[in-house]
Design a protein around this ligand. Structure first.
Ligand code: NAD
Ligand code: MG
Length: 398
């Protein structure tokens, strides 16, 4: 058999939900993958444990004091892993010459610059961090095209759509006879709740997702349906689609991960157990397939598949995201930044659940000179919107 070279992988956000699943898949295939770098924000103990197993060349934390702690612990364990700290170190391990593949699994806007660094450097980019595309979709896709990077979507819906499209789907959906993308949504834990009960939702309730186990931010986003709104924007950029070409379909079993509809009437779907290791393994091995540790779907156990339209009255965030994408320019940047601030305030019990959407709508309605045509303008718009959102949190939680 021919010997294939081992792929060197950087996992950004390795201690998170997607990061942990990524290391689980990598650990099953030591003949195919080795780890160049692992990174975490503050969870230094978890990062140490991962380093002991995966023996990366580099480990990155946010602050130098944590890096000092990790350096000493690794030295005691006899590992030669280099430890660095801060946002620039994240970009370095993303663009390092020895790296083939970068998993972008940091949550929120903090993931933008390292993901962009990987795209700029022409890596195989496994993109879980949807906020990067929401903030800077045009710039990101340009960087991918310019550098010749391979962009593989890891968000399960986008990974599903990718699998349902023809292998060469560049150049617009219409060219390939695709009329619509059907983006499935679980509907979140409050799908059947009345408005009065939704108003009383606590962070604990919002973080307990029925089908997926995820980080806290995306769990809240799933509960408000902002996650589906961010995914709609993400799909527009990934597949060169108009917002009108994307239909959100609530499918509570989360077994169909999304679909593509063709002009001949065919609808192609990708199904599987809800486990992120499937899209992660797909991204790592594409165009080949590897084992992911996920059991084959048992359709007799699933028994039935249900579909319904999303209720945008109880879940206004979806409509806000669609409108922001239609408006274009800096609107998606503002939507994302205001949402990040609002979700954090909700998790700290400074805002109610329903106020998340209200706050995002309020910041979006304010006059701004927002653009997203350069990285500088994206970052400036992001800062402006955060400032506005923080002021509102202070006022509304007083
Ligand atoms: P998580 O909160 O579980 O993990 C986030 C990771 O990022 C951690 O390793 C954390 O240390 C790191 N991090 C957080 N803030 C940071 C900062 N300021 N600087 C550097 N590192 C930082 O999140 P998750 O659920 O794994 O989600 C990660 C990304 O993947 C998100 O963008 C999310 O939308 C996307 N995603 C997640 C899932 C899922 O099933 N969890 C599915 C689809 C997409
Ligand atoms: Mg998703």
């Amino acid at each position: 058999p021919t010997q294939r070279p081992v792929q060197r992988v950087t996992v950004l956000g390795s201690t998170g939900s997607v990061g942990t699943s990524t290391l689980d898949v990598i650990g099953r295939h030591p003949d195919r993958y080795s780890v160049h770098a692992l990174t975490a924000h503050t969870s230094k103990e978890a990062l140490l444990a991962q380093c002991l197993v995966h023996r990366p060349a580099v480990a990155v934390l946010d602050i130098e004091a944590d890096a000092v702690w990790l350096r000493q612990a690794l030295k005691r364990a006899g590992l030669p892993t280099e430890v660095s700290a801060g946002p620039e170190a994240l970009c370095e391990v993303a663009r390092d010459e020895s790296v083939d593949c970068v998993m972008a699994a940091i949550v929120g806007s903090a993931g933008l610059l390292p993901a962009l660094a990987a795209a700029d450097a022409g890596k195989r980019v496994l993109l879980a961090n949807k906020e990067a595309l929401v903030m800077s979709g045009a710039l990101f896709m340009e960087a991918v095209a310019r550098s010749g990077a391979t962009l593989l979507p890891i968000d399960s819906e986008h990974n599903a759509i990718y699998q349902c499209l023809p292998a060469q789907h560049r150049g617009g959906l219409a060219r390939h006879g695709v009329t619509q993308l059907l983006l499935t949504a679980s509907g979140g834990p409050f799908r059947t709740w009345c408005q009065a009960d939704i108003n009383q939702v606590t962070p604990e309730q919002a973080c307990a997702h029925p089908n997926w186990s995820m980080g806290r931010k995306i769990s809240v986003d799933s509960a408000t349906l902002m996650n589906k709104g961010l995914e709609l924007i993400e799909a527009c950029w990934l597949f060169d689609a108009m917002p009108e070409q994307i239909q959100v379909v609530v499918h509570p079993q989360s077994v169909i991960h999304s679909m593509a509809a063709y002009q001949d009437g065919s609808v192609i779907a990708q199904l599987g157990n809800p486990d992120m290791r499937t899209p992660i393994a797909y991204g790592l091995a594409w165009p080949e397939r590897i084992a992911a540790g996920v059991e084959t779907l048992d359709l007799f156990q699933v028994a039935r598949l249900d579909f319904e339209a999303p209720d945008e009255a109880r879940f206004p965030c979806l409509g806000l995201a669609r409108a922001a994408m239609q408006q274009g320019g800096g609107a998606p940047v503002i939507l994302n930044a205001a949402n990040e601030v609002a979700v954090e305030a909700f998790l700290q019990r400074r805002l109610g659940f329903t106020q998340i959407g209200q706050l995002v709508a309020e910041v979006l309605s304010r006059p701004s000179q927002s653009h997203a045509d350069s990285l500088e303008s994206v970052l400036a718009t992001d800062q402006w919107a955060r400032q506005q959102a923080l002021e509102l949190v202070t006022r509304w939680s007083a």
